[in-house]
Design a binder for this molecule. Structure first.
Ligand code: AMP
Length: 418
């Protein structure tokens, strides 16, 4: 037996219904908030992420599935969607082609991480992006969409954490203060943090190593170093959230793992998930579009992990499966009529099955039961001769002979529970 690749998984019946629920709610909500769907390829040029996600990030340094294809080109299985969405936005001039630059996408991402509950090597994200809109109300609206998605999925006990990391002008001041406060203590931090202090000091706030925590907790807070414009923007975001009654907590530690964030960053944490407790995360990335060769347009968005939404889904979140009909036949002649009936039911929009293997009526009825059929139509020589069908309501186990011409209509009445 050849097993699935470590960190990837099959989504089987029983589980797949939850995925369908999450995907359906995500599509509906994005549409309600004015977003349009874009589907980008899983395979992209490696340089897109080196430039977009950032050379110094863990993703680019350690986690990418990159290889040289047969034409000698360096390609990567996308580790996140934002650089692809920016690429598509720029490549197709979506700014002009679409009435509004509010885009969303759903699909698989790939990161070579250490697999554990809620963390996989192939996982799926809902990705939401807004380009060229600077008003703090947009930040709040994006956060509201994320918050409402969880509410709509009835995922309870969630917490919204927010922060502002400033932008190109005030961020260097914060970074300098951070390095100064760290001083000689940098040598007491873990190896990763020592590397971060050189390549990307803000990432030190992401560190989870217990021994490092007292040092990190004493470091400066980005909100204390914001320029006036960034401080005003962040105050307005919080005011909008308050006006909508969305509770938030300020977290100085929330700088997030990617290079491109500016100003607002946010995450929503879920209780049910254990160590991998981030259901979704995002923020503003005002320099990214330009950095990737596009016009000077701001951006803001978030990515939600679909596996984690599915894990956090409450019991009974998926609706009842579609009611089914089953066609049982006795004898070869009846079989032809049964097949005709089967197709008529399906053409009329009903879910219907039939046993093709020519087994006994008893075996066929068992199969109907196993499939959870709500109605069974039985056709034998008798029924054929009289132009009838025996229609059985599987819940009450009542059955009656009905005219063949009425069979489809009466089956529908049973499936619809009338
Ligand atoms: P990120 O793209 O790292 O900001 O992550 C956004 C969201 O994607 C997280 O909050 C998780 O819900 C999800 N996520 C990220 N990495 C993984 C992974 N390896 N496995 C499953 N979900 C993930």
């Amino acid at each position: 037996m050849i097993a699935a690749v470590r960190g990837t998984h099959d989504i089987l019946p029983g589980e797949v219904e939850k995925w369908q629920t999450v995907e359906r709610v995500a599509h509906t909500l994005c549409e309600r908030y004015g977003y349009v769907e874009v589907r980008t390829p899983v395979l992209e040029r490696e340089e897109l992420f080196a430039k977009g996600t950032g050379e110094t990030t863990d993703i680019v340094q350690k986690e990418m599935y990159s290889f040289t294809d047969k034409g000698g080109e360096r390609v990567t299985l996308r580790p996140e969607a934002t650089p692809s969405m920016v690429r598509a936005y720029v490549e197709h001039s979506l700014e002009h082609a679409l009435p509004s630059s509010k885009l969303y996408s759903m699909g698989p991402m790939f990161r070579y991480e250490r697999p554990q509950k809620g963390r996989y090597r192939q996982f799926h994200q809902l990705d939401v992006e807004v380009f060229g809109m600077n008003d703090p109300a947009v930040d709040a609206e994006v956060i509201d969409l994320a918050w409402s998605l969880l509410a709509e999925l009835r995922i309870a006990r969630t917490e919204l954490v927010i922060n502002s990391v400033g932008h190109a002008e005030c961020r260097p001041r914060f970074q300098a203060a951070l390095l100064e406060a760290l001083g000689q203590d940098v040598k007491k931090l873990c190896q990763d943090c020592q590397r971060r202090a050189v390549t990307n000091p803000l990432r030190i706030y992401d560190c989870k190593v217990p021994a490092d925590q007292p040092i990190i907790d004493a470091l400066p807070h980005s909100v204390d170093y914001l320029c006036d414009a960034c401080a005003t923007h962040f105050a307005a975001v919080r005011a909008h959230l308050d006006a909508w009654g969305i509770p938030w907590r300020l977290s100085h530690r929330l700088v997030r793992g990617l290079d491109y964030y500016t100003r607002t960053t946010f995450e929503i944490l879920g209780e049910a998930l254990g160590a991998q407790n981030a259901l979704l995360g995002g923020g503003r990335y005002d320099g990214l579009v330009k950095n990737l060769g596009g016009p000077d347009r701001t951006g803001i968005g978030f990515a939600a992990g679909l596996e984690r939404l599915v894990l956090a889904l409450p019991e009974g979140a998926t609706g009842a499966p579609m009611a089914r009909a089953f066609v049982a036949v006795v004898g070869d002649e009846a079989r032809t009529e049964g097949l005709r009936l089967l197709r008529e039911l399906r053409q009329a929009g009903m879910a219907a099955s039939m046993e093709f293997e020519g087994r006994s009526i008893k075996a066929q009825m068992k199969r109907a039961d196993r499939l959870g059929s709500r109605a069974t139509l039985i056709v034998g020589a008798d029924e054929l001769a009289k132009g009838e069908v025996t229609l059985r309501d599987m819940r009450g186990s009542e059955q009656r002979a009905v005219p063949r011409a009425d069979a489809v209509r009466l089956t529908r009445a049973i499936l619809e529970g009338q």
